[in-house]
Design a protein. Structure first.
Length: 322
């Protein structure tokens, strides 16, 4: 088959790499988001998908939208049998969906219809799901509503973060995509209609969501810290400064009688913080303007910032120069 690939971030680049390594099918063009400003200098930076495509000398197209007739005609001119879409970030109009002979398929990082939308990896972790996976879906006009062609599942382990789960799903997604291509080529795949009653929306993650509310149960905050690592990273306040929390250990049954957010103690495990129910032991943090570090490395030089009784999340707490 002749394939058009559409995707933007690292997750998509992994799948493009898998397509380029196999020899049964040919990638004839790559679509990705326009270059975005990045870094302190705000220089335009190409997406991971564009960088990979250029290494292979593939045509790279970066429309702002695919609603334009000229852009749609350009896509049609590639004469593709199939369009593979992985975390592309643009809505595909019906005319685009209908252009390839076999339509468009999507690699979605959830066991549909569990999590539809932009952030299924984060939301599965945040919700405490025991399992997740990848679904290869025939695309239609709705948001991740199309027939399911193939699925592969994996466990969400107690030490999984957003980053580790991303890597797991990228691995199984690549294998599942290649199997789906074989099934489409020989017409052996049969789409399964999604059960609408089982669907949940996984909205894009905002940085504001990453603020830890210490009145929540420790189990809830533990899930959020894991889900938001490595982006956007959970945080609290220490005085007027922002303290990023990269990792923590759960003490769900720990009892206390102090205000939530209060530092209970510091020991070899980390900084113990009172939650609405139970406690969290912060094990990896990042002070303003500093690198992320194991808590013990921070305590060795700045233990006074985390004395028992200091309240995180309160402007009256101890402050750190930013």
């Amino acid at each position: 088959m002749k394939i058009i690939f559409a995707g933007t971030p690292d997750f998509a680049a992994c799948h493009l790499a898998a397509l380029l390594k196999q020899t049964k099918h040919t990638v004839v063009a790559v679509y990705t988001q326009p270059d975005r400003p990045a870094g302190r200098g705000k220089k335009l930076k190409p997406s991971p998908v564009k960088q990979l495509a250029e290494q292979y000398g593939l045509p790279v197209i970066q429309p702002v939208s695919l609603k334009n007739t000229d852009d749609q005609q350009q896509l049609q001119a590639f004469g593709a049998d199939l369009m593979v879409v992985v975390a592309y970030g643009l809505i595909l109009p019906q005319r685009v969906l209908d252009t390839p002979r076999l339509g468009c398929i999507n690699v979605h990082a959830s066991l549909l219809p569990r999590w539809r939308g932009a952030a299924p990896i984060h939301r599965a972790l945040e919700a405490g799901d025991a399992k997740t996976g990848v679904t290869i879906m025939q695309m239609e006009a709705g948001l991740d509503t199309g027939p399911m062609l193939l699925k592969a599942e994996c466990d969400i382990d107690l030490d999984d973060s957003g980053g580790s789960l991303h890597d797991k799903l990228a691995g199984i997604g690549c294998d599942t995509l290649l199997k789906a291509l074989d099934g489409l080529a020989d017409n052996s795949l049969i789409g399964e209609v999604q059960d609408e009653a089982l669907s949940n929306y996984a909205p894009k993650i905002s940085k504001e969501e990453a603020l830890l509310d210490w009145s929540c149960a420790a189990t809830v905050l533990d899930l959020k810290i894991r889900a938001f690592n490595p982006f956007p990273v959970a945080f609290t306040t220490l005085g007027d400064a922002r303290l990023r929390v990269w990792a923590a250990e759960l003490e769900a049954s720990y009892t206390h009688q102090v205000a939530v957010g209060t530092i209970l103690k510091c020991d070899s495990r980390g900084i113990w913080v009172a939650c609405g129910q139970g406690a969290l032991v912060l094990s990896e943090i990042q002070l303003p303007g500093k690198k992320r570090l194991p808590v013990q490395a921070v305590l060795n030089s700045q233990a006074q910032l985390f004395a028992a009784g200091i309240q995180l999340g309160s402007p009256q707490g101890s402050s750190v120069a930013s």
